[in-house]
Ligand binder design. Structure first.
Ligand code: SF4
Ligand code: SF4
Ligand code: FES
Length: 577
């Protein structure tokens, strides 16, 4: 967005007051008074894709309403608002304060539409559909109201775009370019408010940029129910602020950054890290707990920068927790294991697989196979097959329990404990593994993942036997094992997990793995082949079988094209989540 605010006059150096010889020239403007002469902006760009709220689509047996929007007839579920009904027709009515996951405030008036037989324009977010209703979303009077409202919203907006973290995915920028695109008429000083105010553990507020839509206030009131945010003062001095004596420290606080239409609320973790248009977005599943929220991993090449929620009405709605946002840090490239290690030495992958086969071979070798609640179904099922070939004892391990609440966070911090237990069958747990390893019950132990926090008993017992760990990053367990195989992280894996509800969740690779990193199921397949056993099948074959088992067309497609060529699509705050 460009600003055409008149330049600030330079301050005279002497104390003499210099009066202008003549009144300043009128500010150049192309703004027109008559709605009938509105011209579209010259460089109007195609609107961003519309994400319809599928709740508006009637299900069999539900009451429906037929209406006409811009000459097209549509039948929607009774109770739907006009804005959502229009979205189903691909019309994205310009709006700020409406968010499908929150109550309706109808305060910004940006979504006004013309409804026949109604004397005034109506906010489409608040207007329920009615039988026979005829709506116009692009009539001259609507277009002029839309432009006038944008001019009003921009009156005190600082136009920080070049230094604003939201630039590129700011709804105000987008609407200005699509629906206004005029020079400013403001020739008075803008109201100044607080900038970069630290209001919480994760969040910084810029009050000048706030357009007072109240989405963030409603979020805190209605979703975590913590109510830390409020409005103070009135008129053009109205301010979004934290309530007296509070900080915005709830467990879901970063969602306010997603839903803020402008750059008023920014996340400390992402501020100034990168411009959003440099990022690619991969739809995948959060690995932070058993809930398995639908997320988008945003990354540049092989580096992850942030996680934002994807809308999934059956699991996480529009939201995710702050804890889950930080799981991308596990993917940091400086922690990655890129090559196999045998007894502390980096070796070629084939060499390490051959060493494992040598150490596991032999009829009387007693082996422990440790399944993991942090690994995919594909990996756990491959380990079940290998354990059957080796006659291995089965254990299931996972991360230790953590914080929970009524909203999304589950105490079980493993994304796939259900899948691991199902694959392992009757299995033992960490306490028994510790005792049995300490009692020298096994000659070798094979860990499917390296993220477990093991007791001192287990760690010291590992020094006396052959221990193999499939790990994507350097962890204390990986360092304690005699052989480490480089596995892919969840950012590089095509796979599935089963969440706490028993739903299949899909992990999609964001980038291709570097070095010798391979999917765990493929590493286990190579071990079986090196032992002279049958081919266990590839990880991709297992995903295809799971797609059939769960009748999952999306996963089936991914098994053919796991890393699709994705265009960079900026997501705006009204569509994100
Ligand atoms: S901070 Fe953002 S979300 Fe909150 S009221 Fe202001 S513009 Fe709306
Ligand atoms: S609730 Fe669990 S799955 Fe959802 S974002 Fe948080 S950690 Fe991730
Ligand atoms: S009044 Fe409808 S979006 Fe704000």
């Amino acid at each position: 967005m460009t600003t055409s605010d008149p330049p600030m006059p330079s301050r005279p150096r002497s104390a003499t007051i210099i009066l202008p010889a003549e009144p300043p020239p009128p500010i150049a403007t192309t703004r027109t008074a008559s709605p009938t002469t509105v011209k579209p902006p010259e460089n109007k760009v195609a609107p961003a894709p519309v994400a319809p709220n599928l709740d508006a689509v009637p299900r069999p047996g539900e009451a429906t309403v037929k209406l006409t929007i811009d000459g097209e007839q549509i039948e929607v579920r009774k109770g739907t608002n006009v804005l959502e009904a229009a979205k189903l027709l691909g019309r994205d009515i310009c709006h700020f304060c409406y968010h499908p996951g929150l109550s309706i405030a109808a305060s910004c008036r940006q979504c006004l539409v013309e409804i026949e037989k109604n004397p005034k324009l109506q906010p489409s977010c608040q207007q329920p559909v009615a039988e026979g209703m005829v709506v116009h979303t692009e009539s001259p009077v609507v277009l002029e109201a839309r432009r006038a409202l944008l001019e009003f919203t921009l009156k005190n907006h600082p136009i920080d775009c070049p230094i604003c973290d939201k630039a590129g995915e700011c709804t105000l920028q987008r609407h200005y370019m699509d629906h206004d695109h005029q020079l400013t008429r403001v020739d008075v000083a803008k109201i100044r408010k607080a900038k970069h105010k630290d209001i919480g553990r994760e969040i910084v507020l810029d009050q000048e940029r706030c357009i007072l839509c109240s989405r963030c206030v409603r979020f805190c009131d209605e979703i975590p129910g913590t109510g830390e945010l409020t409005m103070t003062f009135r008129g053009d001095h109205q301010n979004l602020d934290i309530a007296d004596g509070h900080r915005l420290d709830n467990a879901y606080s970063i969602n306010v950054v997603d839903i803020c239409p402008v750059g008023a609320l920014t996340a400390k973790d992402f501020r100034f890290a990168i411009r959003p248009w440099e990022l690619k977005a991969t739809p995948t599943t959060c690995q932070g707990c058993a809930t398995g929220c639908a997320i988008e991993l945003q990354h540049k090449h092989e580096d992850a920068y942030r996680i934002v929620p994807r809308h999934d009405p059956d699991v996480n709605g529009h939201w995710m927790c702050d804890e889950g946002r930080y799981t991308y840090k596990e993917l940091a490239s400086d922690k990655r294991i890129r090559h196999a290690r045998v007894d502390g030495q980096e070796v070629p992958l084939g060499h390490a697989i051959a060493s494992i086969a040598r150490r596991l071979r032999g009829n009387n070798k007693k082996v422990a196979a440790v399944f993991s609640g942090t690994a995919t179904n594909e990996a756990n099922r491959a380990l079940a097959d290998l354990a059957a070939l080796l006659g291995a004892e089965r254990f299931v391990l996972g991360r230790t329990a953590g914080k929970t609440d009524e909203l999304l966070r589950d105490a079980d911090k493993n994304p796939n404990m259900r899948g691991a237990i199902a694959a392992a069958g009757a299995a033992k747990h960490e306490g028994e593994l510790g005792l049995e390893l300490a009692g020298r019950a096994y000659d070798a132990v094979l860990f499917l993942d390296g993220t477990f926090e093991l007791s001192e008993v287990v760690r010291s017992a590992l020094g006396a036997i052959n221990s193999v760990c499939l790990s994507d990053r350097i962890t204390p367990l990986a360092e304690a094992c005699s052989i480490v195989l480089p596995a892919t992280s969840w950012g590089e894996t095509l796979g599935t997990t089963i969440n706490r509800q028993g739903r299949l969740r899909v992990l999609q690779p964001a980038w291709r793995p570097e070095g010798d990193r391979r999917e765990r199921a493929d590493l286990l397949r190579d071990i079986a082949l090196a032992l002279g056993e049958r081919d266990l099948g590839s990880s991709r074959d297992r995903s295809a079988a799971i797609a059939q088992e769960f009748d999952h067309a999306g996963l089936d497609q991914l098994t053919r094209e796991p890393i699709a060529a994705r265009p960079t699509l900026l997501r705006f705050s009204n569509t994100r989540g």
